[in-house]
Design a protein around this ligand. Sequence first.
Ligand code: FA5
Length: 335
Amino acid sequence: LGKEALELIEQAENLDKLNSIRVEYLGKKGKIKNILKTLGKLSPEERKEIGQLANRIKDEIETALKEKEKRLKEEALEQELKKNRIDITLPSAWVEVGSSHPVISTLVEISETFLSMGFSVAEGPEVEKEEYNFDMLNIPKDHPARDMQDTFFLNNGKLLRTHTSPVQIRTMLTRKPPIAVIAPGRVYRKDADPTHSPMFHQIEGLLVDRDVTFRDLKGILKIFLESVFGKDVGIRFRPSYFPFTEPSAEVDISCTVCGGKGCRVCKGTGWLEILGCGMVDPNVFEAVGINPEEYTGFAFGLGVERIAMLKYRINDIRILFENDMRFNHQFKGIR
Ligand code: FA5
């Protein structure tokens, strides 16, 4: 019986066949079970001998079944591999990997510098109330910045914010000093030339507390500019005017794009204006219900594209938004 089974197993050419042999010999009604059932009728000696024999044959069949099963499976895998040959030395298909736009990576880098100094991020909408964009910032009704030339007015009485300064108002209306926030975001103006884009990014900064001075403003801006451009960067504070700060200044960076003479970006002056700043005007504090006798503060608004232009030596702001892939590809892996 054993020999017969082992031969059948050897000849079995697939797993189905193997399974039916298993049932035939080892199953509940299989040949081995049948022998074991008859043991009761035998004498004790015979019972022992036949019983042992039957169990040995059972073990042999089981082992043979297992081995054959393993071999059949290996053969099947072998066949499969032969049929579907894969050449692992072939080059892979071309996959385009994206990267951050230089304006966005500049914006993130600047933001992180301020976050590391303890500022947090505040936000406001791009479609803004005229009141927050102008009135509460002490910008009079007849100020040229409100002119249809500069501002995109919407027909619902709102406008596209022309700067991130309305986020100052929103922040001071909802929070009590001490306040230390930055507000990065998109702003819009009717502008278009090599250094002016109709949509661009600003980062607003606002710090309000007791005893904040112009010296604090200069110190913070110096730390930030040196961290972005390095210690040797040329920085120039120029007295200026903004209705919402008093005194006010503008900051220029030495124009490394061209080294000065004849440059389109700095118009031959050797400097590029990158931000406006100053001490928060008492009229603004009064508009938001903060006592100017108790608190002082500084604010600044910087142009992100201008900083990206200096950082990457780009001499026309419009290149940043044309989406020419030959340009965009150059910024792969920068951040
Ligand atoms: C302002 O927008 C003020 N809100 C800045 C400010 C904030 C002053 C807080 C004081 C206190 P200004 O219009 O100068 O200021 O713009 C700020 C910066 O944005 C400029 O220095 C320049 O770097 C950038 N900028 C202005 N117009 C454009 C434009 N069309 N395209 C690209 N960058 C621009």
